[in-house]
Design a protein around this ligand. Structure first.
Ligand SMILES: CC(C)(COP(=O)(O)OP(=O)(O)OC[C@H]1O[C@@H](n2cnc3c(N)ncnc32)[C@H](O)[C@@H]1OP(=O)(O)O)[C@@H](O)C(=O)NCCC(=O)NCCSC(=O)CCC(=O)c1ccccc1C(=O)O
Length: 264
């Protein structure tokens, strides 16, 4: 286990009885590479095992982005580290669910792609007014089938989840709240106070009751874990195709992708 002080991509802080886990890659809108996920995994393990921690806050550095998913510049077919697709994405997603403490997504800007999936997996979401939400997979040659699709549908309903995935539009924080993806929207200046209000309340609650409640919510949707893990192996095969690589190249070259020749 690395000392959190040695982390390069993640900041780990204890504020009162909450662990704050901050993705610290603002230049790429807090996109994650394999190292980022390795540090997030260690941070969640630390927080999960710390008896003084009652709740966990996941957020991004700065005011532009919460997280914009996989770092497209660290993506040549597979990503740059360990795990099925070169990212231990299934481990961090599983941990957010498994850690026996409530996890609050503090959404301070864009929550896009794999970043939106992380926010979707958190127990609660508080968003700043300027935050924007969306999935971009079919634009960039990727898909998070499982937590990103089926679990999203649990929050927003099946039709809306299909719209989000097929059309890849961006949704305001207020729209995300109306559709059930966000619990509360506040002005950016009040975001930290709103998060603290909830982490303080959670610190007063019975930790065992919270852990049992979380486990019970999870049990009802845990079949989706199997879909996610299975789909990750399909995505691995997809990432090695010219079709997926066209999506990544188009993003990095700042142009529209041309998927016509891959029509089915
Ligand atoms: C976030 C945007 C909507 C912002 O748009 P805009 O305001 O126009 O700013 P830009 O000029 O586009 O971006 C500013 C700056 O940031 C860089 N950047 C943004 N996002 C990324 C990124 N993800 N990777 C690398 N760099 C990024 C951008 O290049 C600019 O840099 P400059 O140097 O200033 O030019 C918009 O940026 C946007 O849509 N971003 C794309 C997000 C994206 O494609 N994300 C990847 C989605 S796919 C994914 O996450 C898969 C990985 C993964 O998690 C996974 C893998 C396997 C199975 C499941 C999953 C899963 O999703 O869970």
């Amino acid at each position: 286990m690395t000392d959190p002080k040695e982390f390069t991509d993640v900041i780990y802080e204890i504020r009162d009885r909450a662990a704050w886990i901050i993705i610290n890659r603002p230049k790429v809108y807090n996109a994650f590479r394999a190292r980022t996920l390795d540090e997030l995994i260690q941070a969640f393990q630390l927080a999960g095992n710390d008896r003084n921690v009652a709740s966990i806050v996941l957020t991004g550095a700065g005011e532009k982005a919460f997280c914009t998913g996989g770092d497209q510049s660290a993506h040549e077919g597979q990503y740059d580290g360990r795990g099925v697709v070169g990212l231990p994405i299934d481990e961090i997603q599983g941990l957010i669910r498994d850690v026996p403490k409530p996890v609050i997504a503090r959404v301070n800007g864009f929550a896009i792609g794999g970043g939106n999936v992380l926010a979707t997996l958190c127990d609660l979401t508080i968003a700043a007014e300027h935050a924007q939400f969306g999935q971009v997979g079919p634009k960039v040659g990727s898909v998070d089938a499982g937590w990103g699709t089926a679990f999203l549908a649990r929050h927003v309903g099946d039709k809306k989840a299909r719209e989000i995935w097929y059309l890849n539009e961006r949704y305001t924080a207020e729209q995300a709240r109306e559709m059930g993806l966000v619990n509360k929207v506040v002005p950016m200046a009040q975001l930290d106070a709103a998060v603290k209000d909830w982490t303080d309340k959670l610190a007063q609650r019975s930790p065992t009751a919270l852990a049992l409640a979380k486990r019970s919510f999870n049990a009802d949707s845990d079949n989706i874990r199997g879909i996610s893990n299975f789909a990750l192996h399909a995505v691995k095969l997809f990432y090695d195709t010219a079709e997926s690589k066209e999506g990544v190249a188009a993003f990095n070259e700042k142009r529209d992708p041309d998927f016509h020749k891959f029509a089915r």
